[in-house]
Design a protein around this ligand. Structure first.
Ligand SMILES: Nc1nc2c(c(=O)[nH]1)N[C@H]1C(S)=C(S)[C@@H](COP(=O)(O)O)O[C@H]1N2
Ligand SMILES: [Mo]
Length: 560
């Protein structure tokens, strides 16, 4: 802390000059702003531990920021930060708060009322964000409110020693480097903090500032850290561990021997993606925590006999299926990794919709998640696509919390943003005319079947490998249609057909491998796939927006 420099100012003739030089005072005021903001955020986290994690103003503001962010910026964030987009957002939010807080401290030094107003404004943003989140109650504003009060108190307490005019006598001629309290002892310190100490000179203010700062920093850290820890009691990880999954009435078709080519080819994506490696795309900063006992799935809208289901209702059904299905994100770029395959366990979606009497004049199902996301899927696909399901199991475990615990939807053949609603709590049978769900409101296509796609996993671009024979390998997908052929082109040679992993199911991606004899030098490698219904991947490049990327994946490789 630069506080020590305060006393290094030479004493001058007038009383005011006994106060620290203006520049130092301003730096300290900026620090005051930071500390006040830290106290506000820390105390808010503590209160959020009582109210619920979604009421944390940092989470709520970040959440609101995601909702309000224009689509190109959001697409940029997913592209640039990928899975870390939320970490980047939180870091960005904290940076903005820090800059704002510096300013509040500086303003507060000149004008306390303005400083307080600055914190109040900051608090108001937090309150508004927290109470307007989709699943929020009014109580969700409480953490930001109490945090704001704490921030105001901290601001006043910290500015006071900086603005003290009682230190009228000249600063002592010499000061030790450390601010040793004149009287020592707890009582003396306490009196200093409260401003009741007997003031022997300008050093007193410095000491009081130091102590108050220490207290503020301590409150921020203890309240904030403690709050975060206490918020863990809302976690449903334990309930998830305790959940017993049913055996499927219809198990996944057995994989043929040698189904997974990745066993023999280094760098190739495995056929089934472990849960911890499965890509994640959603707008949730604080992942919804739904207790199995509290879970309800409600059907509304164009149903003749809509029902509400508990999780147990779904688990106890006798038509549970298990299927291997590849899921992909519309935001996946050419060559991108936003795709994964898992063995899903759940209830057939068509059967469920029919038993609720879904009406024929519904062409869109609007799925709502616990955190207010809306995802619109074609009613027809939900009814007719084989293996469309409400999943509660993923690779032999209950759904991981980040992947939608306890229940999500899956419809093979459609991108996740129009089918794969996580933390699913409501299905409304409606029409495309009547409602634009979240992504469609942001101009993504309302209907988005998956495009034929292929990707080179190995060799890695621009990383030299020994010249000679080695595999070129990757994955290709065209869910519900299946992949019939994958071809590889090196430099100006003809397309050559690659070997495919055994056909298991049209909803599952296929791995492909081609052994190639690379002469030393730099080479261009490209791949294209053809679906079982005869569509060859177009080389026409398209960005993911608005309905999925297209174009061949091609890379430069170096053999030495
Ligand atoms: N509740 C909710 N469900 C959601 C999303 C979301 O933001 N919120 N994102 C969708 C998108 S865009 C995709 S690609 C898939 C990703 O599922 P995953 O994270 O399990 O891979 O979830 C879909 N379901
Ligand atoms: Mo997505």
């Amino acid at each position: 802390m630069p506080v020590v420099t305060v006393s290094e100012q030479a004493p001058r003739a007038t009383a005011d000059d006994a106060a620290p030089r203006a520049g130092v005072r301003r730096s300290l005021a900026a620090l005051v702003g930071l500390l006040a903001a830290a106290v506000a955020l820390g105390v808010a986290e503590l209160v959020a531990a009582v109210v619920g994690p979604a009421s944390s103003p940092v989470v709520a503001v970040g959440d609101a920021a995601i909702t309000l962010t224009p689509e190109p910026v959001k697409a940029f964030a997913i592209r640039t930060f990928g899975e870390n987009d939320k970490i980047a957002l939180i870091a960005g939010t904290l940076l903005v708060i820090a800059l704002y807080a510096l300013l509040v401290g500086l303003v507060g030094l000149r004008n306390r009322v303005l400083g307080i107003a600055g914190i109040a404004l900051f608090g108001a943003v937090g309150v508004v964000a927290a109470v307007t989140r989709p699943s929020a109650g009014v109580g969700n504003g409480l953490p930001a409110l109490v945090g704001t009060l704490a921030g105001v108190i901290a601001l006043m307490a910290l500015l006071a020693p900086l603005q003290s005019r009682t230190a009228a006598s000249p600063a002592p001629a010499e000061e030790g480097p450390a601010p040793v309290p004149s009287e020592g002892g707890l009582a003396g310190r306490l009196r200093d903090v409260l401003g009741a100490g007997d003031r022997k000179g300008a050093g007193m203010d410095r000491r009081r500032f130091f102590l108050t700062s220490g207290v503020a920093a301590g409150v921020a850290v203890v309240a904030g850290g403690g709050g975060r820890l206490l918020q863990r009691r809302f976690d449903v990880a334990g309930d998830r561990d305790d959940l017993v999954l049913p055996r499927p009435a219809s198990p996944a078709p057995a994989l043929p021997r040698g189904a997974d080519l990745a066993r023999d080819v280094e760098g190739l994506t495995p056929l089934l993606t472990p849960n911890r490696d499965f890509y994640r795309v959603d707008t949730a900063i604080a992942v919804p925590q739904i207790r199995p006992a509290d879970y309800r799935l409600t059907m509304t809208g164009k149903f003749d006999s809509p029902r509400t289901y508990t999780l147990q209702d779904l688990l106890d059904r006798d038509d549970v299926i298990e299927r291997d299905i590849t899921l992909t994100c519309v935001s996946n770029e050419v060559g991108g990794k936003l795709a994964g395959t898992a063995r899903w366990l759940g209830v057939p979606l068509g059967a469920l919709l029919r038993e609720n009497g879904v009406r024929s004049d519904s062409d869109q199902l609007v799925c709502t998640s616990q955190d207010g996301m809306t995802i619109g899927a074609p009613t027809r696909s939900a009814l007719e696509v084989e293996d469309a399901m409400l999943a509660f199991g993923m690779n032999g475990e209950p759904l991981p919390v980040e992947h939608g615990f306890p229940v999500r939807m899956l419809i093979p053949g459609l991108y996740g943003y129009v089918s794969a609603c996580k933390w699913l709590t409501r299905i409304e049978a409606t029409t495309f005319d009547a409602f634009d769900p979240y992504w469609v409101e942001r101009d993504w296509a309302a209907q988005a079947p998956i495009k034929v796609f292929s990707r080179i996993d190995t060799p890695a671009p621009l990383r030299a490998f020994p010249a000679g024979r080695r595999p070129i390998a990757g994955v290709a997908w065209a869910q519900t249609r299946g992949i019939a052929r994958v071809e590889v082109k090196v430099d100006d040679e003809d397309w050559v057909e690659a070997e495919l992993s055994p056909e298991v199911d049209a909803d599952l991606w296929r791995q492909w491998v081609l052994t190639y004899d690379f002469p030393a030098g730099q080479h261009a490698v490209a791949v294209r796939a053809t679906s079982a219904d005869g569509e060859t991947q177009t080389d026409e490049r398209a960005r993911p927006f608005p309905n999925g990327a297209s174009g061949w994946h091609s890379i430069q490789v170096i053999a030495r």
